[in-house]
Design a protein around this ligand. Structure first.
Ligand code: NAD
Length: 440
């Protein structure tokens, strides 16, 4: 089957490469000439584990190619996926659908005959219906079958998630579209991956409801962590104790500095905006949003408090700036709130991140960037872990102590044990866990 993937970002490029791995002939289209040039040179514009080899092998097999020429890519395809961005509208919470609608207009102009148009971007309820109207108005002589096929992959594990999803969700309105989606996902279908066929509206809602539920789970354990600190409980034990209950489950129960990334923050704002527009407010979702925003700010205060309440003229080593490990994505990363607040309070920041520094350098001015975590700690008054990269999980504590002015660690990801750090002579602050030697 011939597939055009409109948008070659995190979702489009991974989905395109994976569909080509399934044996389809995929052409990825992007308006960003720089991205397409890089891809044509064999370079990957984003960091996603395994994507370089997957892309290279499918390009070599002749199943995957790249272009800025949407018209010819669409003309030759049986199915066209829309995988463009849907960021929050500036100053508003609702999703900016201008890229999706522009793509729909471009697709309509390039279509001749029958085509399946699949929205993979995360879009509010009603967008599929609007895409259908745009296509029909722009090209009444063509036959379009509009599908909603939201993507659930996680950056950092995107290929595995695409290849072994918990489920595939398809909002369809015709047998033609349903058969086409089955054929596209055939290898997974044969693997007995559940496919939920539903309406366009339900499919669109499933994506937002799933993300908002997960964001709520994170926010719940973050608030429980704060209470644990006050009452002397250990949030790790609490998370394990509740997570073993199968009705709750153990995933997304890791406390931290608040969620960030390209999806959760914008998706909860968008769903809250949709709910308000339909006069059915989602109070839980609105609250999760405001708790999370406040939490990112509170984390800077936590670091300052751990340093005695005043960081004027002090140097802080920051380990990790991306919103999670195994990605270079900086979108809405907690570090974007925490680091400027520390700078504003008078601290000097030395930071490192295995993959995020290039992206982060533009967003976080006034930082000294180091490749090596030990170099970042050299002469610093404290070290704060913001992202749980594996690189930071087994640091040499004696070496750290010899480099830091004071053995003080603020671990916002709980990647070290309280007793372990205290035994090593550190003053150690984490999330939802009390020091064993309080006051040490
Ligand atoms: P992205 O910003 O990485 O990529 C979007 C790409 O689309 C960009 O390269 C941009 O240049 C291109 N583009 C915009 N308009 C275009 C047009 N008219 N024609 C061709 N290309 C165009 O975004 P992303 O992270 O891949 O997200 C895409 C969608 O998938 C969003 O709706 C997002 O919510 C959703 N999603 C993202 C993730 C994730 O982890 N990133 C996971 C699931 C769903």
């Amino acid at each position: 089957m011939k597939v055009a993937m409109i948008g070659a970002g995190y979702v489009g490029l991974v989905s395109g490469a994976c569909f080509s791995e399934f044996g389809h002939e995929v052409i990825c289209v992007d308006v960003d000439q720089r991205k397409i040039d890089m891809l044509e040179r064999g370079e990957i514009p984003i960091f996603e584990p395994g994507l370089d080899t997957l892309v290279a092998s499918n390009v070599q097999a002749g199943r995957l190619s790249f272009t800025t020429d949407l018209k010819s890519a669409v003309a030759e395809s049986d199915a066209v996926f829309i995988a463009v961005g849907t960021p929050s509208r500036r100053g508003e919470g609702d999703a900016d659908l201008s890229y999706v609608y522009q793509a729909a207009k471009d697709i309509a102009a390039a279509t001749d005959g029958t085509k399946v148009i699949v929205t993979k971007s995360t879009v509010p309820v009603g967008t599929g219906a609007q895409v259908k109207r745009i296509l029909a108005e722009a090209n009444p002589s063509a036959a379009f079958h509009v599908v909603s096929n939201p993507e659930f992959l996680r950056e950092g594990a995107a290929i595995e998630d695409f290849m072994r999803p918990n489920r595939i969700v398809c909002g369809v309105e015709s047998k033609y579209a349903r058969d086409m989606m089955r054929e596209l996902y055939r290898p997974l279908f044969l693997n007995e991956t559940p496919i939920v066929f539903t309406s366009l509206e339900s499919s669109e809602m499933i994506k937002y409801a799933a993300n908002c539920f997960l964001a709520t789970k994170i926010t719940f354990i973050n608030e429980i962590a704060d209470l644990c600190e006050k009452v002397g409980a250990d949030v790790q034990s609490v998370a394990r104790g509740i997570g073993l209950d199968r009705r709750i489950g153990n995933l997304f129960l890791h406390p931290g500095p608040g969620f960030g990334g390209s999806c959760f923050p914008k998706d909860i704002r968008a769903l809250a905006a949709t709910a308000e527009a339909f006069d059915a407010p989602l109070h839980i979702v609105e609250t999760v949003n405001s708790i999370n925003e406040n939490r990112k700010k509170a984390m800077a205060e936590k670091i300052i408090a751990a340093m005695g309440g005043d960081v004027t003229g002090r140097t802080i080593a920051i380990l990790g700036v991306t919103f999670k490990p195994n990605t270079d994505d900086m979108r809405e990363s907690p570090s974007l709130d925490i680091i400027p607040a520390l700078q504003k309070a008078g601290a000097t920041i030395r930071a490192c991140d295995p993959e995020g520094m290039r992206e982060a350098a533009e967003l976080l001015p006034g930082i000294e960037w180091l490749d090596d975590p030990y170099d970042a700690m050299d002469g610093a008054d404290a070290v704060a872990i913001l992202t749980e990269w594996n690189h930071y999980r087994a640091l040499d504590k004696e070496r750290m102590k010899s480099l830091l002015n004071r053995p003080l660690m603020i671990d916002l990801r709980n990647i070290y044990g309280v007793e372990e750090m205290e035994a090593a002579g550190f003053t150690y602050h984490s999330v939802g866990r009390m020091p064993v030697n309080a006051g040490a």
